[in-house]
Design a protein around this ligand. Structure first.
Ligand code: MG
Length: 385
């Protein structure tokens, strides 16, 4: 018995506030729509798919197909309507007569599993409908018109998801009647139930994962689609009569680092790493050492400016790791304070900033006590929205 998918991708996704159709948005390098179609395709359960798209998204869809590849499952595009119900109706009318079963699915649920799809189809074959649902985990309160609150029995509640699978001819009849009689429903199960009187719901072990990407936060939770890595290195000479400032911490020492600013070699390496990740050159370009403004400046203040650049570019720091190379003084008593300083400046949890110190076993300029050097590596991420 031939089974088709009807994928609804015609929503405006206004609650996601992405400035475009949310399902055309990439999450971890793949559009939500492509991911959804891939899940359907890989299930091996469908003979074809009708994709319902708003006319204004056709060009963006074609561009996605050009970059991500075209799903072989999609046999036909249907035009979206003013409402989801209208979009589904348009899609149903585009299905071939040979399609006996149709799984109506929202493109914004890209994590649907083969098990859920299979159960849905099997129930539709056996009973006429198979509507994916999730158990309700929150306690649901109903507010009456008089403001009185009733707590509902959670064990009797289900949150309807998609796929919602039916016999094609039957759900088409239910939609046609809804059209004729002016019914408005938010899902197809509702229309089916009004027309046929009973609908079959099911929950599956995977139901909690079959989430609908709705808000901006849903997209952000899915992680980032851009990573940038940067490396930085700096060295300064040790001289008398200067403080030794490392990661913003003044370390007691007879010698300090020479330089135009406070010569915080560790923060300089870190800033270069961040600027490198942003493709923004180096600190010499941003804070020239012949500029009087930066004479003796506390480098942590410059780091704050670099961090402003990071956020202006839509990035945030995922983690940073700094290595300070110094034969002396012993830095271990100050490392934790340095780390907390850096974590705060970068706006990350303390375990996402690391500062460590090493010697060179008396080799080289650090080993001879002529100077200190520092290296830094940083990872920047950009949210997918
Ligand atoms: Mg420097």
């Amino acid at each position: 018995m031939s089974a088709w998918a009807l994928v609804v991708a015609a929503g405006r996704g206004e609650r996601a506030a992405l400035g475009k159709n949310k399902v055309l948005h990439a999450v971890n390098g793949e559009s939500v729509l492509r991911r959804c179609l891939r899940a359907l395709e890989e299930s091996g359960l469908f003979d074809g798919c009708v994709l319902v798209l708003a006319a204004c998204d056709r060009a963006a869809y074609e561009a996605l197909c050009a970059s991500e590849g075209r799903s072989a499952l999609v046999k036909c595009l249907a035009e979206g309507g003013q409402t989801r119900q209208q979009s589904v109706y348009n899609g149903l009318r585009s299905l071939p007569e040979t399609a006996e079963i149709v799984a109506i699915h929202d493109a914004a649920r890209p994590f649907v599993t083969t098990d859920i799809l299979r159960r849905s189809i099997e129930l539709a074959r056996a009973t006429g409908s198979g509507v994916a649902c999730a158990e309700v985990v929150d306690t649901i309160k109903a507010i009456g018109e008089d403001g009185r609150v009733t707590t509902l029995d959670r064990s009797r509640l289900r949150a309807a998801q998609t796929p919602q699978t039916f016999r094609r001819a039957e759900i088409l009849a239910a939609h046609a009647r809804a059209q004729a009689e002016g019914w408005q429903a938010t899902d197809d199960a509702d229309l089916y139930e009004r027309h046929f009187g009973r609908v079959t719901l099911f929950t599956a072990p995977d139901s909690p994962a079959n989430i609908k990407l709705t808000t901006k936060e849903d997209f952000m939770r899915l992680g980032s689609d851009t990573f940038r890595i940067g490396a930085g290195f700096d060295a300064h000479r040790l001289v008398e009569g200067r403080p030794l400032v490392l990661c913003g911490v003044e370390v007691p020492s007879p010698l300090g680092l020479d330089g135009h600013s406070d010569a915080d070699v560790a923060v300089h390496a870190l800033m270069d790493a961040i600027l490198g990740a942003l493709g923004e050159g180096d600190i010499g370009r941003h804070f020239p050492d012949d500029d009087e403004e930066y004479r003796g400046v506390f480098s942590m203040l410059l780091l704050a400016r670099v961090m402003r650049l990071v956020s202006e570019r839509g990035f945030r720091v995922a983690n940073a790791d700094i290595t300070i190379v110094a034969q002396r003084p012993r830095l271990s008593p100050y490392i934790e304070e340095m780390r907390l300083n850096i974590a705060e400046a970068l706006g990350v949890q303390s375990d996402c900033a690391n500062v460590k110190a090493t010697t060179t076993e008396r080799m080289g300029y650090e080993g001879r006590g002529e100077g200190l050097s520092a290296q830094a590596v940083v990872l920047l991420t950009k949210g997918s929205v």
